[in-house]
Design a protein around this ligand. Sequence first.
Ligand code: MEV
Length: 445
Amino acid sequence: MSMSNKTIKGFSKLNKKRKIEWIAENFHEDPDSIIELLASFWHPDESQQKILDGFSENTISNFAMPYCIAPNFIINKKAYTIPMVIEESSVVAAASAAAKFWMKRGGFRATVINTLKVGQIHLTCDQDENEIRKFFEENKHKFKSSCKELLKNMESRGGGIKNIGLVIFKEENEYFQIRMAFETCDSMGANFINSVLECYAKEFIDTHIKVYGEKSRLQIIMCILSNYTPECLVRSEVCCPIEELGEVADLTALQFAYKFKKAVRIAEIDPYRATTHNKGIYNGIDAVVLATGNDFRAIEACGHTYACRDGHYRSLSHCTIEEGIFKFWLEIPMALGTVGGLTNLHPLARISLEILENPSSRELMMITASVGLAQNFAALKSLISTGIQKGHMKMHLSNVLHQLKATEQEFMLAMDHFRDKIISHKAVRDFLNKLRIDPSKGSVD
Ligand code: MEV
């Protein structure tokens, strides 16, 4: 098929059926089967499907992901059951195991350090630094008043603009930035922040033209929130006397504690290890962020920037052993919302918030950070004791068996057979094939 057949004008104007037909005709050898498959993932309730379609453009089906539960999280003495959306096997099992481990040792202690979000107006102007600063200082409250209507609601809930400053970058001539700190209460606040910025910028430029007339050569480059929110910060911590850690595989509690601390230290100094270490943290965080209808790309981007705030990419978690006390904690920026956006629109996000007993955004920050810490603890615990593959491979075996449509009996025999063997797709297929030809092979090597 030539390239030209695979481009299309006006795809967005086609109805869903025609969009699917075009995909089927152009990208599948058996168009009927792909049409059937895509349709099989539609929600049976048309009104629910309409809601899902509305989240994006050119929607042709729903992409299913496992919606899972990690129970037994004790956070600030309260028990939580955590909804998680994740496709990676063993993440939920690991989070649950870590939650259970710490449940017996006092649980997670979490605190919100601050909840400020950031918005930026980027502008160019050929005035010198002192002149633009004078203009800004003289008028900044007037600019803010022009956003009164937009701010009213948020201010009545205790939010709004908390700080406004002019930022000057020495490395770029004629470029200035107005940076604002916002409190957006329980909403993530992206639309609110962007609307306020645009309104503020308009008044800024209108006033500049009024004051400087012809000479005003000010240009707004863009107005947009920043996803870097180092002042929207949460901390979660676990700690216990070393001996309470107990034996882990063949490690004594003391050996485990020091090996664990060393593993965290490696991630504090080596960006290669830090990236994987932090990825493990986001295995848990992203899963909760997705389940609650928040923006996992924003949360991750922010965390990784924070991880290299001193110019060197480092671990987001830390560990100390002092006076016999093992302490492990995570400090992480996290701009989450529990009202507005997808949090209330997506039917499963709504259920997730119900399962979490309708937390405030502050509470959700503490829950999510604790899941990240649990995930990190579980990963390091495996890595420094049994190795990660033991648990992973068990889940992998189960996935391969499902894929090969193993019966319950075959499933049990395979689990037993591979207990002490290397698992690969081929090895599992060969095992099943042998078993299917001669069932007596299931009990022997
Ligand atoms: C795998 O998704 C995550 C881990 O690699 C994290 C880590 O190495 O700390 C197990």
